[in-house]
Design a protein around this ligand. Structure first.
Ligand SMILES: [Zn+2]
Length: 177
């Protein structure tokens, strides 16, 4: 299970690559928007703050391409209809960061988490399959199950150390190609 740190690092890397490839300036809006967008699907955990068991709400509609893609389309249409002067390249970079969330979640979810019902429902509601990989990128840690703080800290550090160089390479490639 990827942490918010991992999602932000990858989201920034992907958005930076897309922005670089499209010739968009590196602005605070690019990086901040990418960081926020990369974590949006996990807002489905908010009901847990009011006592709803996370298993009932997490990794459902907000982790489905069939839900996210139309929502992104609506957001783009709203920006266009309201005649907001948004740079479409910036919006594409943010959209890429948003979609990177699903990819990283899948790459960090193995059979163990999937068995616990934490696979990613990419094509919900049309298909009930929950996606994962046979060998996740990192040892599987379910941050939502009362894991000791030390284990969480080590897992976050591991993500930071492994994903930051990859994000840096992505950004560099985006600017070079
Ligand atoms: Zn997620």
């Amino acid at each position: 299970m990827a942490s918010p740190i991992g999602h932000v690092v990858v989201g920034i890397g992907v958005a930076g690559a897309v922005a670089g490839g499209l010739g968009t300036d590196s602005t605070p809006a690019l990086w901040t928007g990418a960081a926020v967008a990369s974590c949006l699907p996990d807002l489905d955990l908010l009901p847990s703050l009011w006592g709803v068991p996370y298993r009932r709400v997490h990794r459902r509609a907000t982790h489905s391409l069939l839900i996210l893609a139309p929502l992104v389309g609506v957001a783009w249409a709203a920006v266009s209809a309201l005649d907001l002067s948004m740079d479409w390249r910036l919006m594409l970079a943010w959209t890429s960061a948003l979609m990177s969330h699903l990819v990283l979640d899948i790459l960090c979810t193995g059979p163990g988490l999937r068995q616990g019902g934490h696979g990613i429902p990419l094509f919900w509601p049309l298909a009930s399959r929950r996606w994962c990989v046979s060998r996740p990128m990192f040892p599987e840690v379910n941050f939502l199950e009362g894991v000791p703080a030390g284990v969480i800290g080590r897992a976050c550090l591991r993500e930071l150390l492994h994903l930051s160089p990859a994000a840096g390479v992505l950004i560099l490639l985006g600017h070079l190609l």
